[in-house]
Ligand binder design. Structure first.
Ligand code: NCD
Ligand code: ZN
Length: 364
């Protein structure tokens, strides 16, 4: 395995009071450990966007119907690969959707197949297409035990669905009510708290044993809830877990740029057709895959921490999943470009996060 160092020199950076202007950044090809590609015609638009930058991605299973078996996951994987541009290396790793009736046999089948990597826990009703999700987490403890035994990681949408809990507090409530208990009951189970959004989540993961990690999205690193709600309601900034207040964004930036291997890249890029977002009951999900690594580079640059991007984007996730790091590299250049107003999406359009705005990093 060849792990190429960034051309960016960490030592020089660390000994300067003023961050030097970096114009080019070469890092090991990153991976996306949380991605929604959707299905059908949409794949022709979403797969190439993800594959231009990422070597691998964990593909989320919240389709209709959900991807609940290895057989369905492998069919879905094949459909994704059919839309991959020729010569583009991209390895979709499939997550299966946990339901009340997931079996021990299915856990074993996931463990035996290199192309299926984990189970995703959606509390029923927590987010897009989660109505087949788990209704009583305690009842699937026997399945967690199988996952622990077969070393299959558990990926968690960590929000309670209790209507009496304020939407901004649902992640913390999930940690307090469920995650602490799960991690205590299954000490060898590897758990990823997906799309962590709060200071409390960062604290929990930081203090937890090394079996517990978290993904962090680019949009939660770049934006707080003002971007969603101040001066008008902006549906393309609406996602779940919802954007939080600034102190939480700051905690996420600190964790992502800390070098702590428990934190790694997961875009949660989740496209919806424009009409499904701009509606009286709009869907949750931000579309970021079109320029995910550029968005992360922007966030890391703002924190004067470009030297930490490679670990977060290309090393920590692979290490957690016990997979080799990618051999290839990608190069980003300082170059200002305008994000288009929309991208094609199946027979319609998707509005990307930050549509019409400028980014100053560009993947070569
Ligand atoms: C995701 C989607 O649309 O599939 N939406 C989102 O806001 N993140 C589902 C999810 O990961 O919660
Ligand atoms: Zn997601």
């Amino acid at each position: 395995m060849v792990v190429r160092k960034s051309v960016y020199n960490e030592q020089v950076f660390n000994h300067c009071n003023i961050a030097p202007m970096i114009n080019e950044l070469t890092i090991t090809r990153p991976d996306d450990w949380h991605l929604h590609l959707r299905e059908g015609d949409a794949l022709r638009d979403t797969t190439p966007h993800a594959a231009r930058q990422f070597g691998r991605a964990i593909i989320m299973p919240n389709l209709r119907p959900p991807v609940t078996t290895v057989e369905l996951a492998l069919d879905y994987r094949k459909a994704i690969l059919d839309t991959l541009p020729a010569g583009q290396p991209f390895n979709p790793l499939m997550a299966l959707y946990l339901t009340n009736s997931t079996t021990a046999d299915e856990v074993r089948r996931v463990a035996e197949n290199e192309q299926t990597i984990a189970f995703k826990l959606y509390p029923a009703g927590a987010t897009t297409n989660s109505d087949s999700g788990v209704t009583d987490i305690q009842k699937i403890y026997p399945i967690f035990a199988e996952m622990e035994k077969h070393e299959v990681p558990l990926l968690v949408h960590g929000e309670v669905t209790d209507g009496t809990v304020d939407i901004f507090d649902r992640e913390k409530a999930f940690i307090d009510r469920h995650l602490i208990a799960i991690t205590r009951a299954f000490p060898a189970l590897r758990v990823v708290l997906e799309h962590a959004t709060t200071a409390e989540a960062i604290q929990f993961v930081s203090d937890a044993p090394e079996t517990i990690a978290a993904t962090i999205t680019a949009h939660h690193l770049l934006f707080n809830r003002n971007s969603l709600l101040a001066g008008g309601i902006r549906p393309h900034y609406y996602c779940l877990p919802i954007l939080k207040r600034e102190k939480h964004r700051e905690a996420l930036v600190k964790a992502a740029t800390s070098g702590n291997p428990k934190f790694f890249l997961g875009t949660d890029s989740a496209p919806h057709a424009v009409g499904a977002k701009e509606s009286d009951c709009g869907c949750a999900g931000c579309y970021t895959a079109y320029a995910a690594i550029e968005l992360y580079a922007t966030a890391f640059e703002s924190a004067n921490a470009l030297n930490r991007l490679e670990g977060f984007a290309s090393h920590h996730g692979a290490d957690f999943y016990r997979l080799p790091r990618n051999n290839e590299t990608i190069t980003l250049k300082k170059s200002t470009w305008k994000i288009p107003p929309n991208y094609s999406f199946a027979d319609g359009k998707v509005i990307p996060l930050m549509a019409g705005e400028e980014l100053t990093w560009k993947l070569c």
